[in-house]
Design a protein around this ligand. Structure first.
Ligand SMILES: [Mg+2]
Length: 258
């Protein structure tokens, strides 16, 4: 267990992230018993400097503008409304307008991957985690594979559980996690979940997982600020702004393969 955290430490971590890369809450769950490692994809396995999310966000705006005949500003406003009311734009489009989710996902994820950097230290840490490794994403499987391949970590994962596998029910809804656990035969009490959106860790923690919130080293201008600051909450065991370094310091890594 790391040092107990206080508001002051959280404030320092958010304001001057380089000074305090990891925090653990006083009663934080540990990793010694964990045999299944579950990772969100976007903004968790790569930093916002990879310019993945801003492009997807732009593609979604364009999809809305085209579908509803709106200008960019109006489309953006509608997108924000969808996000806040339904959790994802896709959920709103399916529930309210009956759109084909696969068309939407292909369109939204048609992005340039050239700014995604190979992350050898993250790959090394994930490879050395003892047990199964899975990706749990509100995006598509193809998107997750494209991105994870570019980071150089795809081969370390047993499977990607994507939004289609979740029957288009997104995190943070409980049903999304239940479907994931059932499909992959995962025991939540022996699992750890890593995620950049705090509310997506509420159900995992409730189910018994050890939870880690990933925050960016520098504020991402393309996302809402409340989604990327250190959050003190009972459902968050650990906070880090450097996932690879965190795993090396706090997870029971196996020796490097020869
Ligand atoms: Mg994410």
């Amino acid at each position: 267990m790391g040092p107990p955290c206080s508001i002051t430490q959280l404030e320092i971590m958010t304001a001057v992230p380089s000074l305090q890369p990891h925090l653990s809450t006083p009663d934080s769950r540990s990793f010694g018993h964990v045999d299944t490692w579950i990772f969100d994809l976007d903004n968790t396995l790569y930093p916002h400097e990879s310019r993945v999310w801003p492009q997807i966000d732009e593609r979604i705006t364009l999809y809305i503008a085209t579908t509803f005949g709106l200008d960019g500003l109006s489309a953006k406003a509608l997108q924000k409304y969808f996000y806040h009311k339904y959790g994802t734009t896709l959920r709103a489009l399916i529930d309210e307008y009956g759109i084909d989710p696969y068309d939407f996902l292909d369109f939204a994820h048609d992005i340039d991957h050239s700014d995604i950097e190979l992350n050898a230290s993250l790959g090394d840490a994930i490879e050395r985690l003892p047990g199964r490794k899975l990706i749990l994403t509100n995006g598509s499987q193809k998107h997750a594979e494209n991105v994870a391949r570019k980071i150089g970590i795809l081969d370390h994962f047993e499977a990607v559980f994507d939004i289609a596998a979740a029957d288009f029910v997104p995190k943070p809804e409980r049903r999304a996690y239940e479907r994931f656990l059932e499909k992959h035969g995962v025991e939540p009490a022996r699992s750890a979940m890593f995620e950049d959106i705090a509310k997506n860790l509420v159900v995992p923690h409730d189910l018994g997982m050890t939870t880690t919130l990933i925050i960016p080293k520098t504020i991402d201008p393309f996302r809402e600020e409340f989604e990327q600051t250190a959050v003190e909450a009972p459902h968050i065991d650990h906070i880090t702004n450097d996932l690879a370094a965190f795993l090396v310091e706090r997870a029971p890594l196996l020796d490097k393969p020869a």
